[in-house]
Design a protein around this ligand. Structure first.
Ligand SMILES: C[S@@+](CC[C@H](N)C(=O)[O-])C[C@H]1O[C@@H](n2cnc3c(N)ncnc32)[C@H](O)[C@@H]1O
Length: 133
């Protein structure tokens, strides 16, 4: 039996995926699921199991891959992480994340967002190590 998938992969699968995520950004920014006004006002989107599994982030550096609008990334800063970095390949998502960081008064030394494919992360990230990924 062949190990090749019977389903052909479109040559532009990555670009199609990225375009799809780009399209979602204005919907997610305006909608209630991400609730950005509530987030700005202090609502914590992190779930109890995430807080329990990641543990105390106080003073630590944290990298969040595929961070989307950055709400989870920034929440870790609110929980005390000294430095958070979010990475996503959707430029509009990263633009929203940077805007939220500014709204929260977190400068790039505390919360930085990078536009990159996750497969290129090792070359795109500003720091070579993180205590939590
Ligand atoms: C489901 S969302 C993540 C949601 C996020 N964990 C949160 O709770 O806000 C998936 C994210 O992965 C990003 N993404 C998908 N494939 C990617 C890739 N190859 N490189 C970088 N980001 C990617 C999308 O742009 C999207 O923002």
């Amino acid at each position: 039996m062949s190990s090749r998938s019977p389903c052909p992969t479109p040559a532009d699968w990555r670009e199609s995926n990225r375009a799809n995520w780009d399209e979602r950004v204005p919907l997610h920014t305006a909608g209630s699921y991400y609730g950005l006004d509530g987030f700005r006002a202090g609502k914590d989107p992190l779930r109890a199991f995430e807080l329990a599994e990641v543990g105390d982030v106080t003073g630590k550096s944290l990298l969040h891959l595929q961070c989307h609008l950055g709400t989870d990334t920034l929440s870790w800063a609110r929980h005390g992480a000294a430095r958070v970095v979010g990475l996503d390949f959707s430029e509009p998502a990263v633009a929203v994340a940077r805007g939220l960081a500014a709204d929260l008064g977190l400068g790039p030394e505390r919360a930085e967002f990078v536009t990159s494919d996750v497969y290129d992360a090792a070359c795109a990230l500003p720091d070579s190590t993180y205590e939590i990924v």
